[in-house]
Design a protein around this ligand. Sequence first.
Ligand SMILES: [Ca+2]
Length: 406
Amino acid sequence: MSDPLAPMHRAFSTPANRRATRWWGAAIAGLTILTGCSSSPTPSPGTGATTSPGTTGSTTHQSSSAAPAPSGSASSSASASVTDSTAALSGEPRSLTDGLNLPWSVTFVDSTALISERDTGRVLELLSDGSTREVATIGGIVHGGEGGLLGLAVRAKQLFAYSTGENGNRIQKFDITGAAGSYGLGTPTTILDGIPAAGNHNGGRIAFGPDGMLYAGVGDAGDRPNAQDLASLSGKILRMDLDGTVPTDNPFPDSLVYSYGHRNVQGLAWAADGTMFASEFGQNTWDELNIIVPGGNYGWPTVEGIAGAEGFVDPVQQWSPDKASPSGIAIVDGTVFIANLRGEILRAVPVADPTQSTDYYTGVYGRIRDVVPGPDGTVWFLTNNTGSRGEQRDGDDHLYSVDLSR
Ligand SMILES: [Ca+2]
């Protein structure tokens, strides 16, 4: 723990990290193009400049700015040019179910969707007729503010849930009993407890990586310095085995910490090549989309957004919180989809060039909390208009499905 940089250097030399390293190299090459070639057909760099507004999607472009690169990562490859296209959403979203109360997360057991509700503590099952039934109510939840029942993830026939209990935030696992139409939960096993909790910044997203490990986005719980303290679980992305123990190949010995210097991470997803993405709420200036490398320091609270400061990994893209406030993310067909609350936008970012983005449905469906890969290549997303911050629309809240054009 005494030398945070040592694990970073070790991490950057691992095979798992070469993918990210290649991307950084490509980004640097792209920057050279942006800054050194006036005849480049790329749009003018700028944060959040909308170039082609439309009813279904508007494309924005942004400078990737000067990201500090891991040592030795410079590459002549320019594969991540800004000409890469984003998979497009097609047609109108269809409401799969409505009447949800502060839904927070959606995941699947076999082909059945399970939905968490933050304040009721319920896990719901989506039935084939579009109605929902209660699978279980998670016990021992301490409700208040942004705490409650948050992220869900399923592995085989076990449900993992991140919720706020009397000792702080915790991750529990449950055997899933029954079958579609009659799912239930067994008794809980708490695999991690005592994650600092607060009215705000509880993180709460959990997801399984391609390595089979469970990852959790944890907020700073309002105690900013903890994000830089490797002895604290606050302001981190954690990586654990399915029983909550530390994997032997985590970047810091005997520590669940996978990356640090985060303010509030509520979105985790992996590209087909294993590159890990995470969304993060900023304070007042910049919300972030980051590529996560093991042992990386993402800057909070020292810096926010693309700072170019030594020792910190910069986001690959940033947005003003009023145009974003990103919660869940999902990767489908080479595109990172980002659910945005305050910005009321479903945003699409190409994995091949994460400095670009396309906005969908701005203001149409209200606050968007989560997005997941749906069946058959569709994209599913949850609204979040119930509760004190939302402006309720008919039938809120909804789970929607939308097609991708191919
Ligand atoms: Ca950051």
